[in-house]
Design a binder for this molecule. Sequence first.
Ligand code: GRF
Length: 187
Amino acid sequence: MVKKMQSCVFISGRGSNLKSIIESSSNNNFPIKVSLIISNNVKAGGIKYAKKHNIPFKYYSSKNQNFFEKSCINELKKKKIKFICLAGFMKVLSKKFIKTFGYKILNIHPSLLPKYRGLDTHKRVLLNKEKYSGCTVHYVTPEVDTGNVILQTKVKIIKNETITSLAKKILMEEKKLYSKAIKLVLK
Ligand code: GRF
């Protein structure tokens, strides 16, 4: 049994990666406990997992970035959070936030970084007729999707692949990859 690090997951939407991280953390040997969930979207579907698993949850609007980040830092300190996973969190965190927090922050992105940073990944991948795509877990830096890569999974693009089918296929891999990457960086 490992001593679990108090951790927070940031979300903005559906929360399938959040769900898989929570499920992994129920294992005694998984290195984190999800002690806090933060959303910048009051309607994020992922909020239901906070309720289901009785995990403290906070919503802060990120319209004012300074307000959002200050509120997060206060709460993170209060809960002694030492590790953050961004999971479908659609806001870029500032350099100041990353420095003030001072511990590891991870993100998952649905492409083989450094290719296809930013939004509309699957659409651009298909337009460029790529043979492969995938997902990446990486460290968070102030520039979008640029931090050091921790782990990647590659998926093959088949004939007649659509944005929806590709997104689905990659999401299946994302769910496994995030937990693997967390174990790897905290071993
Ligand atoms: C995932 O594809 C993730 O890679 C990207 O946003 C999506 C979030 O999905 N950053 P979910 O909220 O985890 O279901």
